[in-house]
Write a protein of this length. Structure first.
Ligand code: IVH
Length: 674
């Protein structure tokens, strides 16, 4: 049968789809900065596939349907994968899974016994690690499946990627390529974005992009500063060992010292597979990393071979994808909040949409640059994402859905709270209200001061902050400590008992430890983690206030931007006044008294902690080491002075033995400190 001539409309639609897909491919793979959701991308790709299936003459050789992924970045050397790195077909419900099983059964001799391995599908990026005689020699990204990027130096910084296998010290395989997923835990992703936003750097759309962006840094010390993790789930080419099944492979990888996902399971019974998949729908919410589905694999390698591959998708495996936590809706308006530092923060007002059981109407737009660089227009159809506890945010617009009525957003020139002109510093993407008396800033400052991570004043929150400012009771932070019962006489909602509790809570906050006071000051770039480092290093606000940029940047975790903003903060007369007032009111001196001076017994010594310690958590052990001037790192190297080992110490212990690092237990550590 010869193909009919495709209608004009389809010819141009196919061309349009190709162009859009190419653009989104580039954003996703090369820039690590996608504008649309995976589901949205799949919808476009499927539409193009359908057109090409009906009219094969429209299928150009360079059509995005003809390959998955895009050209690797040119800045890393390319690596040709000796065996292509495959992708996976998708199933979206039990019907799809049953259909997959039926296809598998049809392709195999009748009644072939089947067993299955089910693994969480980690939402990170696939990499291949080549070990020659047990030594990690090459680490590459998947790239387009055929050619990836050589990111060996960066992969070496991923703390649970073994640099040498097996961990037991037994004879290594001659050659082994281990494949798996590099990912960024959700908490680390959020912390990273917070830091990025504070430093006016790029904010990542999701943990996967953050992981990809982190792994493709030309400066591997940046990669090292991001707590990436690795799960091994497959092997590429190997020599010198024998492997016959997926389950056996996972066991061997684990023995070799790789992290293998603890939730991988082996089933002989198909119903058990379906039940396990179903149970995962809720399970996913409880994990520290993002899982976008589960992967079901036929266990036996010989059967895998028989089933083969179509295009890029193996017939012997399928991904059961969870429902997306992304939806599309209409962007009705862009509002602007004024933050604590005066930063104008745009937010989306949208047609209400249900995402994973919650109605969402407002979403974050991060900052002005985010809106402008993504060309998010009022009236656009936008993709909104909600995951875990993160505030829902707009991923980006769907330009294809525009009808011309959409309005580009104009960043405000006046502060929406106080009406004063706003400022935009030449090098910065953000816009600031620089009016020191802006009431919105004061409310935010107060809100931050009393918040749980800062001074933790129970009974105070957004509403009270707003009221106190409105009533003229609080014009500066020190005013909070000057409040008396008389200020609340006859105020609605402030009965005697409540006022008493509130004033007690305020008074109690005067004795918060130094790191909380530093956090509460709200210095740009200094969050609760940085505050702990600063408190440990300086021991008092006076010492911190006297520090110069050079001393500050020498502290791990404090970059040049943050150092500058700390110095600026303490150089500002209004802030000097603030500190003097706080001290006079008894806040600051309390803070200094509570701060522990830094010991020096362990100065210059680097520790690694492993295993379960008796009676103390590893965090507590780390704090003790750091309080005595020592440093704690995540992996054993030549630079490690001591390995503090507890019960069931694993790979770090053997590595320390290999390198001849001193191994001590908890009692010995205490003896060291005296
Ligand atoms: S198997 C069959 N197993 O999913 C060969 N992939 O959509 C494909 N992924 O590129 C890999 N967790 O990045 C496999 N347990 C797992 C996985 C997994 C995450 C990713 C991987 C792959 C993509 C395919």
């Amino acid at each position: 049968m010869t193909e009919q001539l495709p209608p004009e409309a389809l010819v141009s639609r196919a061309a349009q789809l190709r162009e859009e897909l190419r653009y989104h491919n580039h954003r996703y793979y090369t820039l690590d900065d996608p504008l649309i959701s995976d589901a949205q991308y799949d919808a476009l790709l499927n539409e193009l596939r359908a057109i090409e299936a009906d009219y094969p003459s429209l299928r150009t050789v360079d059509s995005p349907t003809q390959r998955v992924g895009s050209a690797p970045l040119s800045r890393f050397p390319k690596v040709q994968h000796p065996v292509p790195m495959l992708s996976l077909g998708n199933a979206f419900g039990p019907d799809d899974l049953n259909a997959w099983l039926e296809r598998v059964q049809k392709l195999l001799p009748p009644n072939t016994p089947l067993s299955f391995v089910v693994e969480p599908k980690i939402d990170g990026l696939a990499v291949a690690l080549t070990y020659s005689n047990g030594v990690l020699t090459v680490g590459a990204t998947r790239g387009n499946g055929e050619i990836g990027e050589d990111v060996t130096a960066n992969l070496r910084t991923v703390s649970n990627v073994p640099l040498r296998i097996p961990v037991s010290g037994a004879t290594p395989p001659e050659r082994l390529e281990v494949r798996g997923e590099v990912y960024l835990p959700i908490a680390a992703f959020e912390a990273l974005n917070e830091r990025q936003a504070a430093a006016n750097d790029k904010v990542f759309a999701n943990p996967r992009n953050a992981a990809a962006g982190s792994l493709r840094q030309l400066d591997s010390s940046i990669t090292a500063s991001r707590p990436l993790r690795f799960f091994a789930y497959a092997v590429g080419p190997f020599a010198g060992i024998e492997l016959t099944s997926q389950w056996q492979t996972l066991q061997l990888l684990r023995e070799y010292g790789f992290a293998v996902n603890p939730d991988a399971r082996h089933f002989d019974d198909w119903q058990a597979v379906l039940d396990y998949c179903h149970a995962w729908m809720e399970r996913r919410e409880t994990l520290a990393y993002e899982v976008d589905g589960v992967v079901i694999k036929i266990n036996d390698f010989e059967l895998q071979e028989q089933l083969g591959v179509v295009g890029r998708d193996p017939r012997w495996a399928i991904a059961y994808k969870f429902p997306a936590r992304e939806e599309t809706t209409k962007l009705l308006d862009i509002g602007v909040n004024v933050g604590r530092t005066g930063k104008l923060i745009p937010f989306a007002v949208m047609e209400p949409v249900e995402i994973g059981g919650t109605i969402v109407q407002h979403a974050s737009l991060h900052n002005a640059d985010y809106v402008i660089s993504r060309d998010i227009r009022i009236g656009d159809t936008v993709v909104v994402k909600r995951a875990g506890d993160v505030i829902p945010y707009v991923v980006g617009p769907i330009p294809a859905g525009r009808d011309g009525s959409e309005q580009p957003w104009r960043a405000p020139t006046l502060c929406p709270a106080c009406g004063q002109p706003v400022e935009r510093l030449p090098e910065e993407v953000d816009i600031y209200c620089v009016n020191a008396d802006c009431p919105a800033q004061l409310v935010r400052t107060l809100e931050h001061w009393v918040s749980r991570g800062a001074m933790d004043i129970v009974g105070m929150g957004e509403r009270q902050a707003q009221q106190f400012v409105e009533w003229g009771l609080v014009r500066t932070i020190p005013d909070l400590y000057r409040l008396t019962a008389a200020d609340f006489a006859e105020r609605e909602g402030y009965a005697e008992k409540r006022v008493e509790n509130l004033l007690t809570a305020i008074a109690e906050s005067k004795s918060r430890p130094l790191e909380r006071v530093i956090t509460a000051l709200g210095i740009r770039g200094v969050g609760s983690v940085g505050a702990v480092d600063l408190a440990r290093h300086f021991g008092s606000l006076d010492a911190l206030a006297a520090a110069g940029e050079a001393e500050l940047t020498a502290i791990e975790g404090i970059g040049p931007n943050t150092a500058r903003s700390i110095v600026d903060f303490f150089a500002t007369p209004a802030n000097q006044q603030l500190l003097a007032d706080l001290q006079a009111l008894g806040v600051r001196s309390a803070a200094d008294a509570a701060a522990q001076p830094l010991g020096t017994t362990l100065a210059g010594k680097t520790f690694v902690i492993t295993g379960t310690l008796p009676d103390v958590s590893r965090d507590a052990a780390r704090e003790l080491i750091e309080a005595n001037g020592g440093k704690v790192t995540g992996s054993v190297s030549q630079k490690t002075d001591y390995l503090l080992a507890g019960e069931a110490a694993g790979s770090k212990l053997s590595r320390a033995q290999q390198l001849g690092v001193a191994i001590i237990d908890w009692a010995q550590l205490q003896a060291l400190i005296g």
